[in-house]
Design a protein around this ligand. Structure first.
Ligand code: 5AD
Ligand code: SF4
Length: 449
């Protein structure tokens, strides 16, 4: 009988793509994906260490698998991703039921590492590879039946923002050759994919280190022109590197969705400098204005950290002011968390827990007055929705997204999956909207957004 693996993925889009590679490698070894850890022969966690809370969640999760190990002889437990990279051997030492720890640059070695674990050898592999080797090892992707897919254009980060563990656990920036990215998108589209999101820790620095390579704006334009692709998105873009060329893409590329995730982190210039972000509140707002000038209906989302070391009440109010001025459709708010190996560790984490929480709550309260009102503007409007699949709501509903990335659930036939159709928005909730597609069959249209 074949063996089963159970895989759980935490964290960002990078880990989602890495988990696809892990699944492909394991299937190549004869393993089959299963939905329950209890019936697995191999349990893998692909982990995130961006904040302490995320890391604790992973460790807590790992302890939950210990009883299984005792009842299922031969069960292997493997930990990959950013916690694995950061903690390495310490994980093996502290978790006696874990067999294998593999870092962010070592996924390709899984088959060999698993075979060793099968022979009873516990192992750790967290060596970083050089850029060329990583490019050469880049996995070939398969379409897999989905309508939307992530496509990695670059990995790693050289920014070293003072609070951030990413450069330490993902290594230096590398860009994939544009020819490979384009070929991958062509193949995905040939297999039925209709929307791609180009991903990287900082997509705006795409190609910078390769002489003669396309800029990110040029790469977007080239991907945009691939026939059969209906929509294009990208994430994440660092405000300091957001170029005039990229801003222009929102005017010139109709398939580019009208949404940009532009992490602000703080609205205080002193805090931004201490974070090493390389922009000011004014230069950030200037880019927001320029984006709105070329694309008046663009919507912004952001990441904001509260309680960075030394953040005063006045500095926090600067953050509130910038958030109010931009008018984000959504924000992801985080309490500052000390991360191993980061420069901010040297600063006293001196904003008390209560103050941090209170600022967090005030920022959320501000956002409550802004975001939902933006999404309610859609009520009664008929918007192009790219249909992605059957809705989790059940009840004969299918779902898709508007250009702004919001999920819209509505009644309609499954055959519409992969098409862009007009849907009238009739209600708006915290994370999704309810739509109505009057005559789904007649409504087939191929609007570009
Ligand atoms: N503490 C709190 N939030 C953090 N982020 C990254 N590092 C930290 C940290 N040490 C947030 C940033 C980033 C998002 C992915 O996570 O806002 O944009
Ligand atoms: Fe972390 Fe800054 Fe790099 Fe983003 S740009 S991954 S916040 S170091």
């Amino acid at each position: 009988m074949g063996k089963n693996f159970y895989l759980e993925t935490f964290g960002c889009q990078m880990n989602v793509v890495d988990s696809e590679q892990i699944s492909t490698l394991l299937e190549g070894m004869g393993y089959q994906l299963c939905a329950e850890a209890a019936s697995a022969d191999l349990i893998l966690l692909n982990t995130c260490s961006i904040r302490e809370k995320a890391e604790r969640k992973v460790i807590g999760h790992l302890w939950r698998f210990k009883p299984l190990k005792e009842t299922r002889p031969g069960l292997l437990i493997a930990v990959g991703g950013c916690v694995a990279q950061q903690e390495g051997k310490r994980l093996l030492d502290s978790l006696p039921h874990v067999d294998l720890v593999f870092g962010t640059h070592n996924i390709h070695r899984l088959p060999e590492l698993i075979r060793r674990a099968q022979r009873g050898e516990r192992g750790v592999e967290t060596a970083f590879l050089d850029g060329e080797t990583r490019i050469a090892l880049f996995p070939r992707r398969r379409p897999g039946g989905a309508v939307t897919r992530y496509v990695t254009v670059m990995q790693g980060c050289d920014n070293f923002c003072s609070y951030c563990v990413v450069p330490h656990v993902r290594g230096r920036e590398i860009s994939r050759p544009s020819g490979e990215v384009l070929e991958e998108v062509r193949q995905l589209v040939a297999g039925g994919v209709r929307e791609v999101t180009l991903i990287g820790q900082n997509v705006n620095s795409y190609g910078c280190s390769i002489p003669g390579e396309l800029s990110f704006a040029q790469l977007l334009a080239a991907v945009h022109d691939i026939p059969g692709l209906l929509r294009l998105r990208f994430v994440t873009s660092h405000p300091k590197d957001l170029s005039a060329g990229l801003i222009d893409c929102f005017a010139t590329l109709p398939k580019l969705c009208r949404h940009i995730h532009l992490p602000l982190q703080s609205g205080s210039n002193r805090v931004l400098a201490a974070m090493g972000r390389g922009y000011t509140a004014e230069s950030y707002l200037d880019k927001v204005r320029r984006l709105r000038a070329v694309s008046p209906d663009i919507r912004f989302t952001s990441d904001i950290i509260v309680g960075f070391p030394g953040e005063t009440e006045e500095e926090f109010r600067d953050t509130l002011a910038v958030a109010a001025e931009v008018g984000y459709a959504d924000i992801y708010t985080f309490l500052y968390s000390r991360r191993p190996g980061t420069p901010a560790l040297k600063l006293a984490d001196n904003v008390g827990a209560e103050v941090k929480q209170e600022r967090f709550d005030r920022l959320l309260a501000l956002q409550e007055g802004i975001g939902p009102a933006i999404w309610r503007q859609d009520l009664g409007r008929t918007l192009p929705v790219l249909v992605e699949g059957e809705s989790r709501q059940g009840d004969g509903q299918i779902y898709g997204r508007t250009t702004w990335g919001r999920i819209v659930n509505f009644k309609g036939p499954r055959e519409l999956v992969g098409e862009t159709i007009p849907v009238t928005i009739i209600d708006s909730y915290r994370n999704s909207q309810l739509g109505e597609c009057c005559d789904a069959a007649a409504a087939r249209c191929h609007a570009q957004r």
